[in-house]
Design a protein around this ligand. Structure first.
Ligand code: OGA
Ligand code: MN
Length: 279
């Protein structure tokens, strides 16, 4: 039985686990799927090393977690792929996020229904840099004092897609044009499966707390971003070819370190899993 050989090896104190003993190029049986989901809910980000996955196998893997999320902004070049398959790469013209560092964020928080999970499969790993970093939003929330937790109760924040710049993804503080994608979600999100609460704001995308004085909102958000990004809540993944990673956008934020995009290669196949309404 495949399930009996599955081994869950935590990657850090903060979160993440490597799952050993599973070959994702073949269908995974029901018991193994359950073990994978249990590990995912406990560790928020999973790593499967030394895989050899084509598009179909990567889609089948993601379907363990939910339905595939087709890209909503339909970057024209992406239309050439299977629905839902994208590349994060500096090696292909049709790729997204080719280079530079990316601040901490939770994918698609600027939509009403943000992707539940994001998966990346490594085709080319750069020798230096390009690590993906993760932050555990549950631990960050739980570390707050009771008064702050009470202050956050019922608060909502607006996040937007307003951060594009060449060679990096940092927040742009320019005035909004009114055409940006944006959505309002609770500052403290409850995980629908585990019931655990977590901070659901991030430095890259969250703009302000609804109904709060701007200076007060800026100060509170800055405190929360800093809390999430404390080293004890973080871990990072150094990519190797054949790594399949998936993370839970309801539980973690992620960021990227820069790399030598002129001389090195970084190619990741990206598939997102549909999510539901944050509460
Ligand atoms: C993403 C993303 C980080 C990376 O695909 O959503 O943020 O390491 N990628 O490329
Ligand atoms: Mn992302």
């Amino acid at each position: 039985m495949a399930a009996l050989t599955i081994e869950v090896r935590p990657l850090s104190e903060a979160g993440g686990a490597e799952i050993a003993g599973v070959d994702l190029s073949r269908p995974v049986d029901a018991a193994a799927q359950e073990a994978i989901l249990d590990a995912w809910h406990a560790h928020h980000m999973l790593l499967f090393r030394d895989q050899s996955l084509d598009d179909a196998a990567a889609v089948r893997f993601c379907r363990i977690f939910g339905e595939i999320q087709p890209e909503r902004q339909t970057p024209s070049a992406a239309d050439r792929h299977e629905p839902g398959i994208h590349y994060v790469a500096n090696t292909r013209k049709d790729a997204i996020l080719p280079d530079g560092d990316i601040w901490f964020h939770s994918d698609q928080i600027f939509y009403d229904l943000p992707a539940m999970a994001t998966s990346l499969y490594c085709i080319d790993a750069p020798a230096c840099g390009g690590e993906t970093r993760f932050g555990n939003c549950h631990l960050a929330y739980e570390s707050l004092d009771e008064e702050t937790k009470r202050r956050l109760e019922g608060l909502k924040a607006e996040s937007s897609y307003l951060y594009n710049s060449p060679n990096r993804l940092h927040k742009v503080t320019a005035e909004r044009s009114g055409n940006e994608l944006c959505a309002t979600h609770p500052v403290v999100r409850t995980h629908p499966v585990t019931g655990r609460k977590g901070l659901y704001v991030n430095r890259l995308m969250t703009d302000f707390i609804v109904g709060m004085d701007r200076a007060e909102s800026d100060a509170l958000l800055e405190r929360l971003f800093d809390r999430i990004e404390q080293p004890q809540f973080l871990w990072q993944h150094k990519w190797r070819e054949g790594d399949q990673v998936i993370w839970d956008n309801r539980s973690v934020v992620h960021a990227r370190n820069t790399y030598d995009h002129i001389n090195d290669r970084r190619t990741l196949r990206r598939i997102a899993v549909k999510g539901d309404m944050p509460f």
